[in-house]
Design a protein around this ligand. Structure first.
Ligand code: GUN
Length: 295
């Protein structure tokens, strides 16, 4: 059997088209568009390329987008003052501070200074708490987990009562997606297990999974024999395993041995082109929802 490919590239395009339509309607009805500020400190090449893509996507959707680049030596105090300025700007509905920040700046202090109702990354403790409570109090879902859930739903995978196994317990993927899948609601109601580096028998847990979500950051960690036949496999890993000599581009691998796993799974995400494109898409949706809520 060859698994059905869950294309984040295609699904994200469809969602961005839906968002664009909602932005157009909002502009016509209210004269307002979603406003997003991306704050980039310094010139870390990976951060520059992520922020460039976020800015381009926001502009294509018709958002008001402020790209606020700051020098690497900006003081923590000045950065906090900048966030305060955008917290009080009614035309800004989403504030994103690109991580990592330089060593002299306390990341936590900066992220905690963002108004939780403009925290479109959903990294603020208030939003982490809201996610834990679930239901109507949730304002923003963190972008990568929200993208994963969207891929599961749009691929037609049944989640209610499903055994979900999450490999990895990070704050930005493993812990939140586990909580989201266990909540009541559409695309959830699952029975969730989190496994990690100290888990005794990783293979045995994975073999039970109707939905296997892997966010470990270890290339080819998940072996084909760990996969339950017909299951849905979501590979969040983006591991650079080398460089293509001809193009100079990074060669990427996921956390799952894709070529063999696709012969066993029912549905599977590729790397690249799976979870990756969904993250920015969910950032845009969070900003749109924030703008809608503010009107
Ligand atoms: N750096 C790498 N990924 C992210 C992200 O999702 N949000 C922010 N703010 N910084 C990042």
């Amino acid at each position: 059997m060859t698994a059905e490919l869950i294309s984040g590239t295609e699904i994200s395009k469809a969602i961005l088209a839906e968002i664009k339509q909602e932005v157009d309607e909002m502009r016509e009805k209210t004269g307002t568009v979603p406003g997003l500020v991306t704050i980039l400190v310094g010139e870390n090449p990976a951060s520059v390329s992520y922020v460039t893509l976020k800015v381009k996507t926001a502009l294509n959707l018709g958002f008001k987008e402020i790209q606020d680049n700051q020098p690497a030596d900006i003081s923590e105090q000045d950065l906090l003052a900048l966030i305060d300025k955008y917290n009080n700007d009614p035309e800004i509905h989403g504030i994103l501070v690109q991580l990592p920040l330089p060593d002299h700046v306390d990341d936590k202090k900066v992220l905690d200074a963002i108004d939780p109702d403009k925290d479109v990354d959903a990294f603020h403790p208030v939003n982490v708490g809201r996610l834990m409570i679930g239901g109507d109090v949730v304002r923003f879902l963190p972008c990568t987990p929200a993208g994963i859930q969207e891929l599961i739903v749009r691929s037609g995978t049944e989640t209610s009562g499903a055994e979900v196994v999450v490999v990895g317990r990070s704050n930005i993927v493993g812990k939140p997606i586990a909580m989201m899948m266990a909540q009541k609601g559409v695309g959830a109601n699952s029975t969730v297990t989190i496994v990690h580096t100290r888990t005794k028998d990783l293979a045995a847990h994975c073999q039970r999974a109707d939905i296997l979500i892997v966010a470990a950051g270890v290339p080819n960690l998940v072996k084909p024999e760990w996969i339950k036949p017909g299951s849905t496999v979501i590979d969040v890993g983006v591991n650079r395993i080398g460089t293509n000599e001809k193009t100079g581009k990074a060669i990427l691998r996921g956390d799952v041995d894709f070529d063999k796993a696709k012969e066993i799974a029912g549905k599977i995400t590729p790397v690249p082109g799976g979870v990756g494109p969904m993250t920015i898409c969910m950032l845009m949706r969070n900003t749109l929802r924030s703008a809608q809520k503010s009107i």
